[in-house]
Structure formats: C-alpha cells, structure tokens
Design a protein around this ligand. Structure first.
Ligand SMILES: Cc1ncc(COP(=O)(O)O)c(C=O)c1O
Length: 379
C-alpha cells in the first residue's frame, strides 16, 4: 500500500460495537479481566487501545517492527538513553536540539560517556568508535542549522566496525514521509511528535520505532516502568493528524522552498540555511537522502537588534517555541530553543543572536512572503 493509505488505515478499524469509522477514545485507566487469564489491556500506563493503534501505525510508516509512544520527544530521547548502562560510550554531536543536549549532559551524571563530533563528516564518527561504544545518535537535519548526516554511510561504517552498536536518528524534521532511517541501515528512529507528525500545535508527544527484535522488550519495559506515556486522547489526536501527514508535508515543503529562495536573495538576510538550496553545503546528500527538504528554514539576520525588529513586525508568523504546525512560527534559537545551552557552547556551534528559525506553515505562500518582506523592511 502507499504511504497515505497506510497513514489513514494502518492499525485502525471501525469500532466493533458502534461501527464508528473513527475509533473511540478509551479513557479508562483500568480494564476488566478474568481471574488467571491473560488480557489484551490491563492498566492504561502499560497499554491502552489508542496507544496501541498509534504505535502500530507509526511503526508501519517508518518501516519498523515496533513502535513506542511517549509523553514528549524528550521522554522518547531519554528512553533510548536508558537502554545504556554506566561505562557505555555514545558518539553524537552538539549541533542538535538544545533539550536533547541537556538530556545527554544529565546522562553523564549516570556514568555514560560521550564524544561530540561534527557529524556532517561521518569519518569524524569513525575516529571515535571504540569497544565501549554502544550508541551513535544523529539528528538530521539538525536543529536549527539543518546540517545533515549521511545515514547510509554511517550505517556502513558501523557495520564494518561492530554491527551491535545502535544507530538512533531523530527524524523529527523529516517525518517518515520524507526520510526513513531504518531503510538506510539505522536501528532506532525518534520523533518529537509534537512537531510535524501532529502538525496542529495541540499535542506534546514522542515516538520511538525500531526493527531490532532484541530492543522490543527493553523499550517496552522502560516505557511502562518509568511511565512517561501519552494520554489516550493525545494518541487519538496524533492518529487523526497522521492521516493528513503527506498532504501537509508536501505543502510545508513547497512553501518553505519558496520562502528560502525569496530570503536567499534578500539584501537584509546575511545567510539562509535550507537543504533544498544549491548553496547548502550538503545539497547533494539532501537530494539523495530525503524525498524533499522539509518545512524549516533558518536565517541569519546579523544581530539581536535586527531580530527584534523583524519578529516584532511579523503579522502572520508568530514568535513561539516549537515547529511543524500548520501555522507559521518564528523562533529565536539563542534565547528560545537553545536557551539551555551555555553561551560559550552556542558560539562554538556558530549560533549567534542574529539567527532565527522559521517553521513555514501551510498558509498561502504569497501571504507568508509578503509578511516576511514587510518585516524585513523594518530592519
Ligand atoms: C529535533 C527535536 N527533537 C526533540 C525535541 C523534543 O521534543 P519535545 O519538545 O516534544 O519534548 C525537539 C523539540 O523542539 C526537537 O526539535
């Protein structure tokens, strides 16, 4: 079946009792059972019908075997890190969502060792591989600079060193419609489903998908034992949203490309970061690895002062955290998404106070460009 057919139907059937086409929301916390008999659902933290439908659906879309839903993207990242034990070594990068970096810092207190490298060159990862390495963690495209990691090449490198090392990929910016890391040889996909998967800025959630049989039990144990699970209502909302994922993403991509081209020739814009522009240093990889280039465009406006004037004059783009909703948002990475990263580290990453990240929504693109144009005139 095609992507949208699976997105709309997989894991869900009309309700057996009421025949409702859309499955009901099962708010029950607990389920009646027969003494000494196995039951499909026991207690809602452990599993419930809405979460099960969502987990089966997203696993299918990522071409994985097992899906796990969490109460946030950060909880999903944490669950993957909880697969490790003290002394284990992780290779990752600092060019990553600030909250994920914060989780990594917390994990160091528990004895997990980290090597942070520039993952735009996978040879940098190769240099850090050692016997204790248990996980390679990539975010591609990365937040906020949209740097890419060559996932196929990364998996090949890992295979030639030790197939047991896990590769986890944060696929939040792409969704399975644009990029499927498991098909490229990686082992775990992570999402902040708060973003494009949900797409309506009304659910906080996280997803982990894997095709490794040996990870099914540990991930399920972590999910139910630590209990960072989403509510049945949030799972129901996410399933509803995923039905329109393909059409939304196509429009996000088309609008973002037009916005990126407009900004790339604007005299007030110092630099545009977008993997769909030939000026992106990894444009060739972007074309190979991704079906399209996504809905996020990052720009350098030169200074905090310029950013202030720009965001205060925007009328359609809203200054807000997050991304991936149908409405366009603007984020000042320095003071918002990356506020938890120390100043010195931000500068090392090339993150200055002039950087803004646009989440290009699916409004009429002419309106979005006019909005950006009039706000840039105020700088
Ligand atoms: C790439 C990426 N991963 C993970 C997260 C964390 O997700 P959440 O905010 O749902 O916990 C975010 C949030 O912005 C993100 O952008």
């Amino acid at each position: 079946m095609g992507f949208s057919t699976d997105a709309i139907h997989w894991g869900q059937k009309p309700d057996k009792e009421s025949f409702s086409v859309i499955p009901p929301i099962y708010l029950a916390t607990t389920y009646a059972r027969k003494f000494d008999e196995e039951a499909p659902f026991v207690y809602s933290r452990t599993q419930n019908p809405n979460r099960k439908m969502l987990e089966e659906n997203i696993a299918k879309l990522e071409n994985g075997k097992y899906g796990f839903a969490f109460s946030s993207g950060v909880a999903a990242v944490t669950a993957v890190m909880q697969l490790l034990k003290p002394g284990d070594h992780v290779i990752t990068t600092k060019n990553i969502y600030g909250g994920t970096l914060r989780v990594f810092k917390e994990m160091q207190k528990w004895g997990i060792k980290f090597s942070f490298v520039d993952m735009t060159q996978v040879e940098n990862v190769e240099r850090e591989l050692k016997n204790e390495t248990k996980l390679i963690f990539a975010e591609t495209p990365s937040n906020p600079f949209l740097y890419l990691t060559d996932l196929k090449r990364l998996a090949e490198l890992r295979d030639s060193f030790n197939r047991e090392i896990l590769i986890a990929v944060d696929n939040t910016f792409m969704t399975p419609y644009l990029q499927r890391p498991l098909e490229l040889g990686c082992d775990i996909v992570i999402h902040s489903s708060t973003k494009f998967l949900n797409g309506h800025s009304d659910v906080v959630g996280g997803i982990v998908v894997t095709n490794r049989d040996e990870l099914q039990k540990p991930l399920w144990y972590i999910q139910r034992a630590f209990g960072a699970v989403p509510s049945p209502f949030d799972c129901w909302l996410l399933l509803r949203s995923i039905k329109t994922l393909a059409v939304r993403i196509k429009q996000h991509c088309s609008n973002a490309k037009r916005v990126a081209i407009f900004l790339s020739v604007h005299p007030k814009v110092k630099r545009v970061f977008y993997p769909g522009l030939p000026s992106h240093p990894q444009y060739e990889l972007a074309q190979r690895q991704m079906k399209d280039f996504g809905g996020v465009v990052t720009v350098d406006l030169g200074s905090r002062d310029n950013v202030k004037k720009f965001v205060e004059n925007l009328k359609i783009f809203t200054l807000a955290e997050s991304l991936g909703g149908v409405e366009s948002l603007v984020n000042h990475s320095w003071s918002m998404s990356h506020s938890s990263v120390p100043e010195e580290e931000k500068r090392e990453l090339g993150l200055t106070e002039g950087i803004v990240r646009l989440s290009v929504g699916i409004e009429d693109v002419e309106d979005l460009i006019s909005d950006l144009e009039q706000a840039l005139e105020k700088i």
